[in-house]
Design a protein around this ligand. Sequence first.
Ligand SMILES: *Cc1c(COP(=O)(O)O)cnc(C)c1O
Length: 394
Amino acid sequence: MNPVWEAHFQSKLTSLTETSQHRTLFVTEHAEKTWLVRNGKRMLNLASNNYLGLAGDEQLKEAAVEATKRYGTGATASRLVVGNYPLYEEIEQQICAWKETEKALIVNSGYTANVGAISSLVGRHDIVFSDKLNHASIVDGIVLSGAEHKRYRHNDLEHLERMLRSAPAEKRKLIVTDTIFSMDGDMAHLENLVILKEKYGALLMVDEAHAGGVYGKNGAGLAHNHPELAKRIDIHMGTFSKALGCYGAYITGSAVCIDYMINTMRGFIFTTALPPGTLGAIGKAIEIVSKDGTYRQRLIENGGYFRTALQEAGFYIGDSTTHIVPVIVGSNEAVLRFSMKLQEAGIAAIAIRPPTVPQYSSRIRFAVTAQHTNDDLQWAAQRIVQIGKEEGVI
Ligand SMILES: *Cc1c(COP(=O)(O)O)cnc(C)c1O
C-alpha cells in the first residue's frame, strides 16, 4: 500500500492504543445456552443480546432449514426486482398483527433500518430531535439525511421541549428515540414524548431494538405496554437480531408512510433481500414470542435479581431498570483491567468504551438472559463483587 496512507492509518491506530481505545477481534469458538468459549476459555455469557435464548432454539433452526430447502440460500435480487418471495408477505402480515399496525416493512438489519428510514423520512430542510444516547445507526441516518441535527440531553424532555419551541413552526420535525437504551438499560418516557410530538406537530419514531420480544403486550415492544399509546407513535422500528435470535429488522407505520419508504429508502431499494432461511426463522420467532410470555417473565426476574445484587454491593449501574445492566467504571484503562480480570475468572464481561459511550463513562455492559439460572447469576455476582473490590471499582 501507498506508504503515506499506511503511515496515516498507523498513526490513528497508535493514538487509539495510547487512549486504551484500540479494539481487537476475538473468536467465540463455541456458544451454548449461557456459556461460551472465547480465547480457549470457558466463560459465563453475560454479554450477548440473545435475551430469550431463541438463537439456539430447535424450532427456529428447523424453520430456517425448511425455508432454505424450499427457496434456496439466497434471495437472488432486491425485493423490488425478483427477491420478494412469499415468506416476506406472510411475515409482514404477521408483524402487522403482532404490532397492531397498518403496515410493516422488513429490512436487512437494524442498522440499515435506522439509516434508511431516517434518511428517507427527512431531508436538508427538516429538523431531527434525537436523544444524546441514541444508537449510532440513528445518528448515522440523521447525518446522511442532511437534516438539522438537534441532540437533547438524555431523557430530558424539558430540554427537548425548549428546542421544539424555538424551532421555526413551518419546519417539518422528527423526534427519534431508543425505547430501551442499549448501553444504559434505562427507558424512554414514551407517554411524554407522544404528548410533545402532538403538541408540536412532529413525527415520532421509536427504536425497539432492546425491547422487542421482551416488553409490552405479546412482547411487541415497550410502547405496547400501552397499546393505545403505541398507536399514537408514528413509526416503530425493531430488530430480529436480539431477543428474536435471528437477523433483520422491521419498520411499521401507516400504509402511506410504508409505501413512501418502499419508494424512497435507498437501504431498502439497493440491497438484496434477506436469505430465505433467515425469514423462516423470523416467522417462527415472532410466533413464539407473541404466544409465550414465560421467557419474558423469566428475563425480567433475572434482570431484577442481578441489578439488586450489583447495586447492593455498591456498583454504580446508572438508571438501569432492565436486563441490560451497566457497571460504570469511568476510565478506559480501569474498565479494560476489570474486564480482563472478570474474563480470567470465567465471566464474559466486555469493556464498552468511547465512541460507543460518552467519554469517562466506560463500562462493563452485562446483559442477563431468560436462560440464566439463579445459580449462574449468584455465582457471577459473587465473583464480580470480589473482583470489583480487588480492582477498587467498589
Ligand atoms: C443493535 C441496535 C441496532 C442495530 O440493529 P442490528 O440488527 O444489529 O443491525 C439499532 N438500534 C439499537 C438501539 C440497537 O441496539
